[in-house]
Write a protein that binds this ligand. Structure first.
Ligand code: ATP
Length: 233
């Protein structure tokens, strides 16, 4: 579904992605784990189109994306739930969700909203309240739900567990795992390597702008080097 080859990107004169290769098949949950600053967010920004690519290619469902502007990538089926959630704090929960569906004017928007509320009942309870009043975990749920309102075939998730209490982290990972049954392909970027690999089909390890390991998630979790460097085991 998504093929990335030789991807390079830079901030000013400093290159932070040094030629990444990565693949995501339809229906998979793929995770990219790596330390703070490895370049995971930059990778997702390149995929969603908000960060320029200096070399390499991104092909999504057989179509070259590298020069397609960010807004047009959602129309093609790629949505991102960004790092730090980036919800509109002054708007209500419901209006945040509607913004996620800005491409659509059909009656399915209401159904999608009900689906989002079924997935995250707390959002239904708070639908008329300002999103800024939600807890961190609830805001993360809203960010995921808002991205899903764009009806993506591929969802890019940036650090959904960041800053959450352990119970909520488990809940968020369960939700991400459940996206598979909705037919949504997921590329998940995480510092929480154990949580992310536990729900993923395959994983990549990223270090300072390069992929250093790749394989089935179960194999990566069992790998001694990963256990020592990323899992604290
Ligand atoms: P984190 O988990 O902290 O988000 P990350 O793996 O996602 O880390 P990136 O945010 O992609 O890493 O950052 C990769 C490198 O690029 C880091 O060295 C970072 O300091 C640098 N960087 C990120 N954003 C910018 C920017 N806007 N301008 C300059 N350098 C940046």
């Amino acid at each position: 579904m998504l093929t990335v080859e030789g991807l390079r990107s830079r901030y000013g004169r400093i290159e932070v992605l040094h030629g990444l290769d990565l693949e995501v098949a339809s229906g998979e949950i793929v995770t990219v784990v790596g330390a703070n600053g490895a370049g995971k967010t930059t990778l997702l920004k390149c995929l969603s189109g908000v960060q320029p690519v200096t070399a390499g290619s991104i092909v999504f469902r057989g179509e070259a994306l590298t020069t397609v502007p960010a807004h047009a990538r959602l129309q093609r089926g790629i949505a991102q739930s960004p790092e730090g959630r980036q919800i509109f704090t002054n708007l209500s929960v419901e209006d945040n969700l509607r913004l996620g569906a800005y491409l659509f004017r059909d009656e399915r928007v209401e159904r999608d909203m009900q689906d989002a509320f079924a997935m995250f009942p707390i959002l239904k309870q708070k639908r008329n309240l300002a999103a800024g009043g939600l807890s961190g975990g609830q805001q993360q749920m809203l960010a995921i739900a808002r991205a899903l309102m764009g009806r993506p075939s591929c969802l890019l998730l940036d650090e959904p567990s960041m800053g959450l209490a352990p119970l909520l982290v488990a809940q968020i990972f369960e939700v991400v795992k459940g996206l598979k049954s909705l037919g949504v392909t997921v590329l998940l970027v995480e510092q929480n390597a154990f949580g992310a690999l536990s729900i993923a089909d395959r994983g990549y390890v990223m270090e300072t702008g390069r992929i250093t390991m790749a394989g089935p998630a179960a194999e990566l979790i069992a790998d001694e080097r990963i256990r020592a460097a990323y899992l604290g085991l």
